[in-house]
Design a protein around this ligand. Structure first.
Ligand code: GDP
Ligand code: IMO
Ligand code: MG
Length: 432
């Protein structure tokens, strides 16, 4: 029996969806614990592509249970859409397959309105480039104790009271401060009462479900969203998301203790991408950056935005090892680096004569960081058919070993294509 946490080591979109789908085979319960539908997790199974924003990426295995923990912020409209899309594909999801924590906070229409209006009000260079899904304002309400939880939605009188109080305040902000349209409490009430009916049978105590699963000897897999450098505390603040994306977030965001986590796997793309604004020291503005973007098909799975691309950042990787207590890596998109020679791995930053081997906390310093690279020899040819390390060219193996050495952490998985099958599994995290 094991409990495994999978998180992103970079700025998101490392391939968490693919790896969670892959590891689901060995798990009984798959749990999301933070973020919301700002996430876009892509899985490809036998050539068929699925993108999940809210529902855990384990949902495609019909004999496995999934859960959305209290740390997630849930937009019920998006949940309805995802459930419908799955049903249309012949995969109807019943409450036996998916539990939603009663303590999960709901994204409300005014959260989305505030997210958009705040971004619009910011000047160029100050915009965070949020996904516009209302994530920040929803977490804000949670922390300030104005949030509306799933359990509140299921009590219509309590829901109405909380809604009316919130709408009064948000409409003041929207109209008087942000030059935006007000929202209508009555319309929101009616809309959300419709969601309440669908949501009610899915609502439950996820912490208890995890505990029961473990008591019965079951394996639990936690699916992180975003990435370590987008963490609200440890990322490149303020260009971050509004939740704790690091592995520790799994404890608070699902209701288990740190001593119950057996293994943490960090997903590390073989290069780096970032979508949205904020400093990105190893970003490439040249033809190689464009080439990686094209070969990696680097467009956001949620917003469709072009992702910024650059070399692998070993400073970011080392931060991730420390902040998440990584036991192992899953190195993804190695195939994208074929036919690029040489490859760069950033080992440290120079900032005005000072050397950094961890991310500077001062955002101005991060903006000025000059990466110091080690060059690594590239390889030629298609590697998407590789199923063991021996199938890879020597230089590709060396590149993997260079990443392991930079992290001081072994690779458990090497991914050479988007499909579930296009994977080299070196060590199974559920097997200790
Ligand atoms: P996530 O947010 O971390 O789940 O990642 P995304 O789904 O947003 O982005 C990762 C993209 O890379 C998706 O389109 C995946 O299908 C794709 N992908 C995952 N692993 C690999 C890989 O090893 N090689 C290639 N070429 N694509 C991959
Ligand atoms: P997955 O789970 C990449 C980024 C946004 C923006 C910042 C804040 O697919 O890896 P937010 O809407 O969260 O307030 O936006 O965070 N961001 C992501 N970037 N992958 C994601 O999720 C992201 N979720 C948020 O682009 O810069
Ligand atoms: Mg994504």
């Amino acid at each position: 029996m094991a409990t495994v946490v999978v998180i992103g080591t970079q700025w998101g979109d490392e391939g968490k969806g693919k790896i969670v789908d892959l590891l689901t085979e060995y798990a009984d319960l798959i749990v999301r614990f933070q973020g919301g539908n700002n996430a876009g997790h892509t899985l490809v199974v036998d050539g068929e592509k699925f993108i999940f924003h809210l529902i855990p990426s384990g949902i495609l295995y019909e004999d496995k249970r999934c859960a959305i923990g209290n740390g997630v912020v849930l937009d019920p409209a998006v949940l309805m859409e995802e459930l419908k899309e799955l049903e249309d594909k012949g995969r109807k999801i019943t409450p036996e397959r998916l539990m939603i924590s009663e303590n999960t906070h709901l994204i409300m229409p005014y959260h989305k309105a505030l997210d958009h209006a705040r971004e619009a009000a910011k000047s160029e260079g100050k915009k965070i480039g949020t996904t516009g899904r209302g994530i920040g304002p929803c977490y804000e309400d949670k922390i300030v104790r104005n949030g509306i939880k799933v359990t509140d939605l299921l009590d219509s009188a309590l829901f109405r009271e909380k809604l009316e109080n919130n709408v009064a305040e948000k409409n003041f902000l929207l109209t008087k401060m942000l030059n935006a349209e007000p929202v209508d409490a009555g319309r929101i009430y009616d809309e959300y009462m419709g969601y309440a009916e669908v949501l009610a049978p899915f609502a439950g105590n996820v912490s208890v479900l995890i505990d029961e699963t473990r008591q019965k000897g079951g394996d639990v897999l936690f699916e992180g969203a975003q990435g370590t450098q987008l963490d609200i505390d440890h990322g490149t603040y303020p260009f971050v998301t509004s939740s704790n994306t690091v592995a520790g977030g799994a404890c608070c965001g699902a209701g288990i203790g740190p001593s119950q986590i057996d293994c943490v796997i960090g997903i590390c793309k073989a290069y780096t991408t970032r979508v949205g604004s904020g400093p990105f020291p190893t970003e490439l503005f040249d033809d190689t950056g464009d080439l990686i973007q094209r070969k990696g098909a680097e467009f956001g799975a949620t917003t469709g935005r072009r992702r910024r691309c650059g070399w692998l950042d070993g400073v970011v990787l080392k931060d991730a090892v420390r902040l998440n207590g990584l036991n192992g890596l899953a190195i993804t998109k190695l195939d994208v680096m074929s036919d690029i020679d040489p490859l760069g791995i950033c080992e440290s930053y120079q900032v005005e004569g000072e050397n950094f081997t961890s991310m500077p906390t001062n955002i101005r310093k991060v903006e000025k960081a000059k990466p110091v690279y080690r060059q690594v020899k590239g390889w030629a040819g298609d590697i998407t058919g590789a199923r063991s390390m021996d199938d890879l060219p020597r230089e590709a193996r060396d590149y993997v070993h260079s990443i392991e050495a930079q992290a001081g952490t072994p690779a458990y998985v090497v991914s050479v294509g988007p499909d579930r099958e296009q994977t080299i599994l070196l060590k199974n995290p559920f097997e200790g």
